[in-house]
Ligand binder design. Structure first.
Ligand SMILES: *[C@@H]1O[C@H](CO)[C@@H](O)[C@H](O)[C@H]1NC(C)=O
Ligand SMILES: *[C@@H]1O[C@H](CO)[C@@H](O)[C@H](O)[C@H]1NC(C)=O
Ligand SMILES: *[C@@H]1O[C@H](CO)[C@@H](O)[C@H](O)[C@H]1NC(C)=O
Ligand SMILES: *[C@@H]1O[C@H](CO)[C@@H](O)[C@H](O)[C@H]1NC(C)=O
Ligand SMILES: *[C@@H]1O[C@H](CO)[C@@H](O)[C@H](O)[C@H]1NC(C)=O
Ligand SMILES: *[C@@H]1O[C@H](CO)[C@@H](O)[C@H](O)[C@H]1NC(C)=O
Length: 238
């Protein structure tokens, strides 16, 4: 998938320690607290503030616990290398209260990422894990489950231009994964279910794996909660 004019969809992210520059770029290695009792989001934000313009932000092969919403829109010419896992917290009440509005359909997101010339590379091992099992169980208990207000998309790429997202796996999105809406081609809506992409152009997504199959509850975003309608797709999207 490349050169999206407008894409709407779902999913993610994070950063922080200054390290020696690599390839002439200022590099920030995001420290991982190692426990979900500690929110790694402030460290993620710090790294992007320090190295998000002309630099490099590195997530090591560790688990990063993302317990709060992140709005990172000012990126410019940055390399983001994700070797580990970003795992979103399961405090549903927190997210209902604090997920970030995306400006359409009263929907919201856990992570906004935007900017120009961004390379987000999971190198085939990076994972954004929305911890969706908790959401799938919870939503199945709600009277109205469709597009529940405040239930976040995992990631929204907002105002992302001339950028590449590759080699990344999106697991168990809190809500959607990717919904691509191509106005130009009038192709309608194409549900992939993980991230949303809005006001973006020249963004290439390649070698992305989306898997919203729950470990203990099936994904669901409709009312009544029929898990296979629409089908929650899984597999490789290139
Ligand atoms: C941390 O993990 C435990 C066990 O999975 C879970 O019960 C708890 O809700 C998590 N806390 C946060 C802040 O995600
Ligand atoms: C969410 O908002 C409700 C209503 O304002 C409040 O009672 C609750 O404490 C909040 N919960 C969290 C985790 O922010
Ligand atoms: C995200 O931050 C930008 C400024 O960097 C602001 O204009 C925008 O309203 C914020 N978005 C949300 C959803 O809070
Ligand atoms: C759920 O949606 C139905 C219409 O689809 C509406 O009549 C009802 O009031 C809603 N219930 C809640 C709790 O929002
Ligand atoms: C829009 O979302 C907010 C919370 O995110 C909620 O309080 C409100 O009821 C929603 N409006 C509609 C029409 O669903
Ligand atoms: C998707 O996730 C489910 C649940 O963890 C797992 O059983 C399945 O093997 C995964 N599929 C792929 C293609 O990774």
């Amino acid at each position: 998938m490349r050169f999206f004019q407008i894409i709407i969809a779902c999913a993610f992210i994070s950063s922080a320690q200054a390290a020696p520059s690599s390839g002439g770029r200022r590099t920030c290695v995001v420290p991982a607290s190692g426990t979900n009792q500690t929110d790694d989001a402030p460290a993620i934000l710090k790294a992007f503030k320090k190295c998000g313009k002309g630099g490099r932000v590195v997530f090591e092969d560790k688990t990063y616990y993302v317990n709060s919403a992140l709005n990172i829109t000012w990126l410019e010419d940055v390399e983001i290398d994700v070797y580990g896992t970003l795992l979103w917290s399961t405090d549903i009440q927190y997210w209902l209260n604090n997920s970030l509005p995306v400006g359409y359909q009263n929907q919201s997101t856990a992570l906004v990422l935007g900017g120009n010339k961004v390379t987000l590379d999971g190198h085939g091992q990076g994972i954004f894990n929305g911890n969706g099992d908790f959401w799938y169980r919870w939503i199945s208990q709600q009277e109205n489950s469709s597009n529940y207000p405040g239930r976040p998309h995992a990631v929204t790429f907002n105002g992302l231009t001339n950028s590449i997202v590759r080699g990344l796996t999106f697991l168990r999105s809190q809500m959607w994964c990717v919904v691509k809406f191509d106005v130009r081609a009038n192709m309608g809506t194409n549900f992939i279910r993980t991230m949303s992409i809005i006001y973006s152009h020249h963004v290439e997504l390649s070698h992305i794996l989306v898997n919203n199959t729950g470990n203990f509850v099936d994904s669901c975003n409709v009312r009544p909660c029929v898990t296979k309608n629409p089908p929650c797709r899984k597999g490789f999207y290139k």
